[in-house]
Design a binder for this molecule. Structure first.
Ligand SMILES: C[S@@+](CC[C@H](N)C(=O)[O-])C[C@H]1O[C@@H](n2cnc3c(N)ncnc32)[C@H](O)[C@@H]1O
Length: 355
């Protein structure tokens, strides 16, 4: 029997963190995920994305007409924080014009995906005394979506990185969505760190001495973080990777920079992820990415909540009907119309995996 296929789009795709997350989430649910559109403006990221996933992302989303984007079930967008400064006092959809959030909103308006998952920096919550988030929520509500948001920390999703991010999840139809609580034990830093590291990663003697004057070495590996005030902290996990931070902002044991592979491991990227850019670019790409397991947990619950009816219906109907070729949720919905709410999606997941 053909598996259900979720069609999704990956906006502001970076080097594919969201893509890994949805692929993994759907694999956990026993369904297929098909990427039908991606957009990423940075040429270097586009090359990495193509190398790893085979698709060349479209460029600047502001130049892409919403009606040229294929139909999809789930929209994913880890949009840059640039628009915050402009959303300011504005009140809704039209007023967000000129911001990258507006581009997400116009696509949602035109394509009406079943669900979306947006990701951004934690700062969004308090930006402009909460007004910016309010505008975003109001805009999405006016488009007819039921939304919820939460700040999650990658440390709770198995990664040794303190990275707090806001997720905004929205549904076209009301449904019972639960935020993942994480509680996944943190991988030890030692499992992320490479054993042999080239000399080029080591900080100068001057910097190392300076660090040692403020912090003591530890037996277990730690990552030393210098804050804006020049204070040094040492933890058995990394502070958030940042694309534009100084090269000595994070130092393993106070003496060396993270390698490119270590940075992508800290974001939960798989070992097979091909790093093809120079160190400076790879550092920027990793710093801009999202923590894969954290996004995966959110997407899994989103897909489960928004598609539980169809998954149940699919199981029920395919027992009786011959379904030819790929069955997308849209096609499924058109075929069978509205379906009664099923309360316990866990049972459905179990049924699907057993097939
Ligand atoms: C925070 S990163 C997104 C990370 C990514 N979503 C992931 O899954 O790891 C934001 C990305 O948006 C891209 N971007 C910025 N402006 C854009 C535009 N107008 N059109 C398309 N992509 C854009 C940036 O180059 C950057 O890679």
């Amino acid at each position: 029997m053909d598996k259900i296929t979720i069609r999704y789009i990956d906006l502001f795709a970076g080097v594919g963190g969201f893509r890994y997350a949805i692929q993994n989430a759907c694999m956990e649910l026993g369904i297929q995920a098909e990427c039908v559109f991606t957009s990423e403006i940075d040429v270097e990221c586009q090359k990495v994305y193509q190398e790893n996933f085979g698709d060349v992302p479209h460029g600047d989303i502001t130049k892409i007409s919403e009606d040229s984007i294929p139909d999809h079930d789930v929209l994913l967008a880890g949009f840059p924080c640039q628009p915050f400064s402009i959303i300011g006092q504005m009140k809704g959809f039209d007023d967000t014009r000129g911001t990258l959030f507006f581009d997400i909103a116009r696509i949602i308006k035109e394509k009406r995906p079943k669900a979306f998952v947006l990701e951004n920096v934690k700062l969004l919550v308090g930006h402009n005394k909460g007004q910016t988030l309010k505008v975003i929520q109001k805009t999405l509500k006016n488009l007819g979506y039921h939304t919820t948001h939460k700040v999650l920390n990658a440390l709770n999703f198995g990664l040794p990185q303190k990275r707090e991010r806001i997720f905004i999840v929205g549904f076209r139809e009301p449904c019972s969505f639960k935020w993942p609580h994480g509680k996944i034990p943190m991988k030890p830093l030692s499992s992320i760190l490479e054993k042999q590291v080239d000399d080029k990663y080591y900080a100068s003697e001057h910097i190392r001495k300076k660090r040692l004057s403020k912090q003591k070495p530890t037996k277990e590996p730690t990552i030393w973080h210098e804050n804006k005030a020049g204070n040094i902290s040492a933890y058995p996990y990394s502070c958030a990777l940042r694309a534009g931070a100084s090269y000595n902002y994070l130092l393993v044991n106070g003496e060396r920079r993270l390698t490119d592979r270590e940075m992508f491991r800290l974001q939960g990227f798989p070992e097979e992820f091909k790093i093809i850019s120079c160190y400076t670019q790879a550092r920027k790409q990793a710093g801009n990415s999202l923590p894969v397991p954290m996004a995966q947990a959110v997407i899994k619950n989103t897909v489960e909540a928004s598609c539980s009816l169809l998954i149940a219906d699919y199981k029920c109907k395919t027992d009786k009907l011959i379904v030819d070729g790929q069955l997308s949720l849209f096609e499924n919905e058109r075929k069978y119309g509205k379906i009664t709410q099923i309360a316990d999606s866990r049972k459905i997941q179990a049924t699907i995996s057993a097939q």
